[in-house]
Design a protein around this ligand. Structure first.
Ligand code: 3EB
Length: 343
């Protein structure tokens, strides 16, 4: 039988608002458990922003996370965290220049501290991670910076006894033009159900052509949130088939392939739960390498998903670099639906 989250655990809920709406609500006294914003670098004790430019006329958005009322906050090394004892949301913002370590060492340190914070909070299972790296495709002294990041990240997972292969959390890793190394994470008391994409080689099994240590993430992760809700966290998804980039240089074909990948991983997830997810009914972030591609990307998404879909109403478009320099677009999403995990 699949273990369920403890009956007394407060349910976790997530809601996406414009950043202005989210701030207004918090100003009226209803401070959420935590908040992750996209497209504005407002940072304080409960909100963490990514400093990437919002494209088109879309507004910065915020995902408000609601959990138990009794929130404890603290820091562990470079991690700032908030927990209600059942759920843990934490943030690392590391200025590389101030620290003077290479990105391999910094990434290792960030994740080492993440796992210490999780231990402290009694939330040993990672569900979802968001990574933002300054200059992700630049050379880091003989090795691409994304590859340095992968090296430090995997090392920290292995040392902590965390699932670095099957069972790894959902994740994304994007490049920002400037700012700090930013890692945000959601952890809980129960392990997620990892989901892979049958069209793609699992990223944790990528061959060494992509770097000495493979990326540490699952294509998607399912988790029970309590109150009869299941969450699907879909990792950053791009135009990769097998382990190879397809349609280099052709943004339209890359987006079409990305949509097939998204639908395929959602179908795989739906086999593991009574909750039924769809791309149309999800909250997405669309990362675009070249700002001039954004209008065409939105139009193509509208054709595929319908103008009135939740996806189209809620999506935010950000200028970002993708972890392979030949990828032009990447999409991540999450959704919650009523149901339970399959046995
Ligand atoms: C890919 O499929 C595209 O390193 O955490 C997507 C999601 C990607 C997460 C990560 C990287 C990561 O390989 C890149």
């Amino acid at each position: 039988m699949t273990a369920s989250i403890a009956a007394e655990a407060p349910p976790l809920r997530v809601e996406r608002l414009t950043l202005a709406q989210g701030l207004a609500r918090a100003a009226r006294g209803a401070r959420p458990f935590a908040a992750l914003s996209y497209g504005a670098d407002g940072n304080n004790s409960w909100i963490s922003g990514v400093s990437a430019r919002v494209l088109l006329d879309s507004e910065p958005v915020v995902d408000l996370w609601h959990a138990g009322k009794a929130v404890q906050s603290g820091t562990t090394g470079v991690v700032r965290w908030r927990t209600d004892g059942h759920w843990l949301l934490g943030v690392v913002d590391l200025d590389e220049n101030a620290v003077g370590e290479d990105l391999t060492a910094l990434s290792y340190r960030a994740y080492h501290n993440v796992f210490e914070a999780m231990k402290h909070a009694g939330c040993p299972h990672l569900l979802r991670i968001w990574n933002y790296l300054p200059r992700i495709n630049a050379d880091g002294g003989g090795m691409e910076r994304y590859r340095q990041f992968n090296t430090g990240r995997q090392q920290a997972f292995l040392e902590a006894g965390q699932a670095a292969f099957e069972g790894a959390p959902a994740a994304c890793a994007l490049g920002v033009h400037e700012g700090a190394l930013c890692v945000r994470f959601l952890a809980g008391r129960m392990p997620p159900v990892p989901v892979e994409n049958p069209r793609q080689v699992s990223a944790y099994h990528y061959p060494s052509d992509y770097g000495p240590r493979s990326p540490t993430f699952s294509r998607a992760a399912l988790a029970e949130l309590g109150a009869g809700q299941v969450a699907l966290f879909i990792s950053g998804t791009a135009s990769i088939v097998g382990h190879q980039t397809v349609h280099a240089g052709d943004v339209q074909a890359q987006l079409a392939e990305t949509l097939v990948n998204l639908r395929t991983v959602i179908a795989a997830a739906n086999q593991r739960t009574s909750a039924q997810f769809s791309l149309e009914h999800s909250d997405a972030v669309v990362y675009v390498r070249r700002p001039a591609d954004a209008p065409g990307i939105r139009q193509q998404l509208e054709q595929a998903l319908g103008k009135g879909s939740r996806f189209m109403r809620q999506a935010v478009y950000l200028e970002a670099d993708i972890c392979r320099s030949d990828l032009l677009v990447e999409i991540e999403a999450h959704a919650t639906e009523a149901g339970e995990l399959a046995e």
